[in-house]
Each structure stands twice: as C-alpha cells, then as structure tokens.
Design a protein around this ligand. Structure first.
Ligand code: PGA
Length: 256
C-alpha cells in the first residue's frame, strides 16, 4: 500500500511560541496513525531544532520534521544558506524541493533543483518534490507537457530504487496556492493519474504504483476528504490550513 501523507508547509509564518503550541496541540489530538500514514511538519529553518525536541518527546515515527528548502552543497561560502548535513543534525527527515515560490521568487531552475534532489538522496533524506503549472499554462491547456518537463529535468535521471525509496511528488497548481481556488477533484485526479502514467512509462508500473503523489493548493477541511478519496491522490501538502490545529487536524483525519 502506498504511503498516505499530510505535510504542513508553514512557509514564513508562526513565531517560535506559536509553532510550539501548534505542534503540541496537533500531536496531543492525533489519532493513532496507521503504518502507512505519515504527518510532516515543515517549519521555517530557525524553528527546526526546537520543534525537533518537541517531536522527540513523542518519539512517534509517523510524525516527522521537514525543511522547506536546502542548499545542494554540504558546506562552504554560501551566505544565508543551510546545508543538508545541518538539517540532518537537527532531526530533519524530509525536505521540500522546488516549491513554486522558490521557483518564482528565487529563480530556482529545474537544473538547480536536480542538484538538490541528488544531494538529498545521497544523504538519504526524503524529497518532497513540487511541480505544477501557472494559470496561463492551464488556460493554454499545456499543463501536462509543463509538469512532464519539470519531472524529466529534475527527477527522471534517478534510478528506480532512488525514486521509490526517497521521492514523494507534490502536484501544486500555482493558481490554487493561497488563492482559495482549489483544483476540482477531476482536475487533481487527472493530473495525478497523468504523473503516475509518466512514472510508469519512464520506469515501471511497480515504481509508479509505489510513489506517493500529494495534492497542494487551498486544500482545507472542507475539500480534503473528497480530494484524498481520488484514486491517485495520496494526501496533501498544506499551506494556510496547516497553521492552525483546528484546520490541520481535520485534514489529517481525512487521510485514509
Ligand atoms: P495553500 O499552500 O494550502 O496555502 O494553498 C499550499 C502550498 O503552497 O504548499
């Protein structure tokens, strides 16, 4: 059975105190997660160490810590950057790569993201690889080609085992991120099935069936059940609704 995952991307939000309260609140009200279910908190870098010590107290493998970014080099003169060994040292097991905000505001190219993917896999850290099209591309109906290129240029050089063991894909249409406009279940399922077919033709059906594909973009307690019930949607990467226990918990409960 594929892993079902709900990951909360806090972006540049929440103070240290707010973050602690949120994690404590969510963890204390979590149901007993099944073997195939995973909850991931992705706070800003500066909170990671503190949040790790809260999660350590619970010591539940099904609740993990993720970072929102990393630098591909292990150390060196990269002012303001954070390396993968540093992230591992504080207990990070997952890293979001290629979020549309990183692509858009920090000019991260498919080629640069490939370097991050390789460095994370070499360090045995799980990659949450984001892909997704802008509204212009959706309106021109070229979203499939666009997403295929993102995957081809950053992921498809990996071996089947690397992909299977270390990569989660998150489809996040840019027009749905933070806008309150969610992709319809049909649009989400259609793209997720397209991505799974790509994986199948590029690799094998076995690889395609084992990779979790998350949906992201205005996912909330009202639409999560319907979105997560789609055959090829294996959970969500949640932004705004991950900032409050009242909205994050029902999304976690929507995981089957
Ligand atoms: P949103 O963000 O849930 O606030 O739309 C999702 C994301 O950017 O990961």
């Amino acid at each position: 059975m594929r892993k079902k995952i709900v990951a909360g991307n806090w972006k540049m939000n929440l103070s240290l105190a707010e973050g602690k309260t949120l994690i404590e609140d969510v963890v204390s009200r979590l149901p007993l997660l099944a073997e195939h279910q995973q909850v991931i908190f992705c706070p800003p870098f500066i909170h990671l160490g503190n949040m790790a010590s809260i999660l350590d107290d619970g010591a539940d493998q099904r609740v993990s810590l993720g970072a929102q970014n990393c630098h591909p080099h292990p150390s060196g003169a990269y002012t303001g950057e954070i390396s993968i060994p540093m992230l591992k040292e504080v207990g990070v097991n997952y890293v979001i790569v290629g979020h549309s905000e990183r692509r858009q505001y920090f000019n991260e190219s498919n080629e640069f993201l490939k370097l991050k993917v390789d460095a994370l896999i070499a360090s045995d850290v799980q990659v949450i690889f984001c892909c997704g099209e802008s509204l212009d591309i959706r309106e021109a109906n070229t979203q499939n080609e666009f997403v295929a290129k993102q995957l081809q240029e950053s992921l498809f050089h990996l071996t089947p085992d690397q992909l299977k063991n270390n990569v989660i894909i998150a489809y996040e249409p840019i027009w749905a991120i933070g806008t309150g406009v969610t992709a319809s279940t049909e649009q989400a399922q259609e793209m997720h099935a397209y991505i799974r077919n790509l994986l199948s033709s590029q690799y094998s059906n076995d690889v395609a069936q084992s990779i979790s594909i998350l949906y992201g973009g205005s996912c909330n307690p009202t639409n999560a059940v319907e979105l997560f019930s789609c055959e090829d949607v294996d959970g969500g990467l949640i932004g705004g609704a991950a900032l409050k226990a009242e909205t994050f918990l029902p999304i976690i409960f929507a995981m089957d």
